[in-house]
Ligand binder design. Structure first.
Ligand code: 5RP
Ligand code: FE2
Length: 218
């Protein structure tokens, strides 16, 4: 069964604790935290101290998506802040294998994120070292964008690669997932669904989370 990881990027930043409780009540499996540095992506979001304070609010795993340059400099800080999964972008990690080993040395899960234009070839030789691949289905930096349709082929191909190698690697799909397309995305091969604006911009966040979960479980 696929898991749901609501992205706080579209939450009300003045009520983050409350909004986490709402998605938890609705049945969220993870909490997706988008960290942006204004360099790798043109936006700046939240960082280490915010994650650390939110750690007290819930026991749900923290799925931390680092959209920052030189992520290797901050792995220990994110572990100490309470991250359970740390995902770094392939595009900013020339020593990806070393960074993955570093993440895993803290006994947290390691993920690699790839932008829409990044080929699967770039992660082929580290697939057996990681727990998750985050496929960006929008260009990173902002919530509320539309899913890039071409990513369907990338997700299907990645699922096949993982299966052929007999690996236990999850596929997380991030960007533009809504109630209308979540079933389709799961059919392509998604194991973890990220949804930001589709959950937090809804009138009733608890009900909306439940609707996602019902569709995912169908
Ligand atoms: O990584 C991200 C943006 O870079 C976000 O996780 C993603 O965009 C979620 O927002 P939405 O569901 O609104 O597309
Ligand atoms: Fe994200």
């Amino acid at each position: 069964m696929a898991k749901l990881s609501p992205s706080l990027l579209s939450a009300d930043f003045g009520r983050l604790a409350e909004q986490i409780k709402e998605v938890e009540t609705g049945g969220a499996d993870l909490i997706h935290l988008d960290v942006m540095d204004g360099h790798f992506v043109p936006n700046i979001s939240l960082g280490i101290p915010v994650i650390k304070s939110l750690r007290k609010v819930t026991k749900l795993p923290f799925d931390v998506h680092l959209m920052i340059e030189k992520p290797e400099r901050y792995i220990e800080d994110f572990v100490n802040a309470g991250a359970d999964i740390i995902t770094v972008h392939q595009e900013v990690s020339p020593h990806l294998h070393r960074t993955i080993q570093n993440i895993k040395s803290y006994d947290v899960k390691a993920g690699i994120a790839i932008n829409p234009s990044t080929p699967l070839e770039n992660i082929k030789y580290v697939l057996n070292d990681i727990d998750m691949v985050l496929v960006m289905t929008v260009n990173p930096g902002f919530g509320g964008q539309s899913l890039i349709k071409e990513m369907k082929h990338k997700i299907i191909e990645l699922k096949r690669m993982i299966k052929d190698k007999g690996l236990n690697v999850e596929i997380e799909v991030d960007g533009g997932v809504k109630l209308e397309n979540v079933r389709e995305v799961i059919d392509w091969g998604a194991d973890v669904i990220v949804a930001g604006s589709a959950i937090f911009k809804a009138e009733d966040v608890i009900k909306q989370t439940k609707k996602f979960k019902d569709l995912i479980n169908r």
